[in-house]
Design a protein around this ligand. Structure first.
Ligand code: 5GP
Length: 191
C-alpha cells in the first residue's frame, strides 16, 4: 500500500534490535484517515472471504481492526493482554510472548464474544516472529471457529513470522513488507 509506505519512510525510525518505530501514526498517536484507508484496503483484500468477525489484540491493532470491521460491516473484538476485574466471565486464554516488551502475556477473549462456527479475520499492526498472530489463531480455533485470514499492517519479512504463518496454512495479507532495517535504513520488499 503506497500511502502507508510513504508514511513509514517519512516518519518511521529503525531502532536497534530490528524494531521499527512508527508512533506518529500507528503505535501511539493514530492517524484516523490513514487508519480508515488501511481498513478499506483490508476489507477489499478479504472481500471474498465472507468474514463474520474481526479479532485483534490491544492496543495498536484496535484502530485499524475497527476500520476494517466497519468496512466489512461486522463486529470487532480485541484480545486483552492483562486480566481485568471486568473479565468475570469465561474466557479463552493463551500465552503470547511480546516481541517489544520481551515478556509473556496471558492473552484472553471472553467466550461470549467469540461464538463458534464463525469465519474470523485476524488483524495486527506488526508481524515479527508471528507469536501474536498465531496466539490469536489459537484462540479462534479454541472457540471452534475458522481463521479465514491474517491481515498485517507492517510485516518485517526478514523475521520468522511470515514463514510460520504461511507454513501453518493461513492466508496472509500485509499492507507493507519491510525486507531490512539494517544500518537503521528502512528497505521494502517487492510486492
Ligand atoms: P510477533 O508476535 O509477530 O513477534 O510481533 C508482533 C507484535 O509485536 C505486534 O503486535 C507489535 O505490537 C509488536 N512488534 C513487533 N515488531 C515490532 C516493530 O518493529 N515495531 C513495533 N512498533 N512493534 C512491533
Amino acid at each position: 500500500m503506497e500511502l502507508l509506505k510513504q508514511r513509514i519512510l517519512q516518519e518511521g525510525f529503525a531502532l536497534p534490535g530490528n524494531v521499527l518505530k512508527v508512533d506518529s501514526f500507528l503505535n501511539h498517536q493514530i492517524d484516523p484517515a490513514l487508519s480508515a484507508a488501511m481498513g478499506k484496503e483490508f476489507a477489499q483484500r478479504f472481500a471474498d472471504f465472507r468474514v463474520d468477525r474481526v479479532l485483534t489484540i490491544e492496543a495498536s491493532g484496535i484502530a485499524v481492526g475497527l476500520m476494517t470491521a466497519l468496512e466489512l460491516g461486522v463486529p470487532l473484538v480485541f484480545a486483552r493482554k492483562k486480566k481485568s476485574v471486568l473479565m468475570t466471565e469465561e474466557a479463552y486464554t493463551t500465552d503470547v510472548f511480546s516481541y517489544t516488551k520481551k515478556e509473556t502475556s496471558h492473552v484472553s477473549v471472553l467466550k461470549k464474544f467469540l461464538p463458534k462456527d464463525e469465519r474470523v479475520l485476524i488483524i495486527d499492526d506488526f508481524l515479527a516472529n508471528g507469536d501474536s498472530a498465531l496466539g490469536m489463531a489459537r484462540i479462534v480455533e479454541m472457540a471452534g471457529s475458522e481463521v479465514i485470514g491474517i491481515g498485517i499492517v507492517i510485516e518485517k519479512s526478514f523475521q520468522a513470522g511470515h514463514k510460520r504463518i504461511t507454513d501453518a496454512g493461513y492466508h496472509l495479507e500485509s499492507l507493507a513488507r519491510v525486507k531490512s532495517l539494517d544500518n537503521c535504513q528502512i528497505l521494502f520488499a517487492e510486492n
